[in-house]
Ligand binder design. Structure first.
Ligand SMILES: *[C@@H]1O[C@H](CO)[C@@H](O)[C@H](O)[C@H]1NC(C)=O
Ligand SMILES: *[C@@H]1O[C@H](CO)[C@@H](O)[C@H](O)[C@H]1NC(C)=O
Ligand SMILES: *[C@@H]1O[C@H](CO)[C@@H](O)[C@H](O)[C@H]1NC(C)=O
Ligand SMILES: *[C@@H]1O[C@H](CO)[C@@H](O)[C@H](O)[C@H]1NC(C)=O
Ligand SMILES: *[C@@H]1O[C@H](CO)[C@@H](O)[C@H](O)[C@H]1NC(C)=O
Ligand SMILES: *[C@@H]1O[C@H](CO)[C@@H](O)[C@H](O)[C@H]1NC(C)=O
Length: 371
């Protein structure tokens, strides 16, 4: 009933004001845009020059508060007013909207009776929705990447979500995305590789009203048995690998050294053998000289043997097949050393008799062809 009376009174006053003749008073400064959080107060000032009869405050086109020089006419407890006077003697009417709701968002108008001028401002009421981390407690494995999700539901506008990571980590990052089908919610995903226990705090921030909401979750890190095994296994391999590398390298070097030594031994043995041949050859030489055969020929041959048995020239005499020998013996009886040759040349490598024969000195070839 009181509200109804008030409204009727306000209407009467408005009508009276409109009926009264206009004067010079006007709005000096209108209200300013305001952004407030749901449930808080929104305040607007309207400065008018002296002589005014009635100030009307309208929200979304509806007059919610009227102010007369004597008193404000309050139609709802949600809309109250305060009065001030500035240095210049102007009157300042302040409208206070209590418990602002998203539905209050809209234009706020301050107007005077009998005046074209009006002050306009926009009221934006923002909503802090719910913020939660679905996992009450998070138990993760040490040094293993994991993700923690934070969901903001029913916010208007959508908040800016950030994370406070009070956990020793080797890496952490986060990103947000809009939940499909949920126009007023957003999801932030924190990816981290934890290295110890701690607390993760998800903070949703509405910058324009400097409001934020936070939710925290305790993170418990457990070193998994496989992890510890891996750890010991991982620490061992580093040593083992180094050791193995050194061992392999040393073994390789050892093998190379052994091969070199072996080769040296072989060559020295060959030389020894060759020297044995030399001695043998010399003995035979002596025999030959005793027998009084052609020394020069033999000497040349023997010397060749002594130097290197592998060279074709030296082996040229080796491969002489029995036929040629016979031929030599038959066709050239003067060359008596022929029968002794096979004996000397037995130890010599018989691997390439044919080749050496081909490269045989012209003398031998001739003798061979003679047959
Ligand atoms: C309105 O004006 C008064 C007096 O100058 C001041 O104290 C108050 O903060 C102002 N309110 C707004 C919303 O600007
Ligand atoms: C007040 O808000 C309205 C609507 O958002 C905007 O168009 C206008 O520019 C704002 N005025 C000021 C002074 O910020
Ligand atoms: C969080 O909970 C969901 C389901 O409740 C589960 O699939 C996920 O693995 C949990 N995340 C962590 C890090 O514990
Ligand atoms: C969100 O907040 C962070 C830090 O407070 C800031 O760096 C970033 O620019 C903000 N993002 C948006 C879209 O406001
Ligand atoms: C984390 O806390 C749990 C119990 O609170 C404890 O068993 C574990 O050793 C802790 N981990 C580290 C890395 O401190
Ligand atoms: C996290 O741990 C602290 C003490 O370590 C405790 O006071 C707090 O309640 C825990 N929070 C949650 C969400 O479990």
């Amino acid at each position: 009933m009181e509200g109804g009376w008030r409204e009727v009174l306000a209407m009467l006053l408005v009508l009276a004001g409109l009926a009264a003749p206009g004067s010079g008073y006007q709005i000096i400064e209108g209200p300013h845009n305001a952004t407030v959080l749901q449930g808080s107060e929104a305040r607007f000032n309207c400065t008018v020059s002296p002589g005014w009869k009635l100030i009307m405050w309208a929200l979304q086109g509806t007059v919610v508060l009227s102010v007369t020089p004597r008193e404000p006419i309050i139609t709802s407890d949600r809309f109250t007013s305060q009065s001030y006077e500035d240095a210049g003697g102007n009157f300042i009417s302040e409208m206070i909207i209590h418990d602002a709701q998203p539905g209050d968002s809209g234009w706020v108008r301050c107007s005077l009776q009998n005046s074209d001028r009006e002050g306009l401002a926009f009221l934006a009421v923002q909503v802090m929705g719910a913020l939660y981390i679905p996992n009450d407690s998070i138990v993760v494995t040490e040094d293993e990447p994991c993700t923690v999700t934070c969901r903001a539901l029913g916010w208007s506008p959508l908040p800016n979500i950030s994370w406070e990571v009070a956990v020793p980590v080797s890496q952490s990052s986060y990103y947000s995305f809009l939940e499909p089908g949920e126009p007023r919610s957003t999801v932030s995903v924190l990816a981290l590789t934890p290295q110890g226990n701690g607390t993760l705090t998800c903070v949703a921030n509405l910058r324009s009203v400097q409001a934020h909401k936070a939710v925290a979750v305790n993170l418990t890190v457990v070193p998994s048995p496989s992890d510890s095994m891996e750890k010991s296994g991982a620490s061992l391999p580093t040593w083992a690998i180094a050791l193995l590398a050194v061992l392999c390298a040393s073994v390789f070097i050892l093998i190379v050294v052994l091969i070199i030594v072996f080769c040296c031994c072989c060559s020295s043995r060959r030389k020894k053998k060759e020297s044995v041949y030399q001695i043998k050859i010399r003995n035979s030489e002596k025999d030959n000289t005793k027998k009084g055969t052609s020394e020069t020929k033999l000497k040349n041959e023997n010397e060749n043997y002594a130097f290197s048995s592998d060279e074709p020239r030296t082996t040229q005499m080796v491969p002489l097949p029995p036929k040629s020998r016979e031929a030599l013996a038959q066709g050239q009886p003067s060359s008596s050393p022929a029968p002794q040759e096979p004996r000397k040349q037995q130890p010599a490598p018989a691997s390439r008799p044919q080749v050496s024969f081909n490269i045989a000195s012209p003398q031998k070839v001739r003798s061979a062809t003679l047959v």
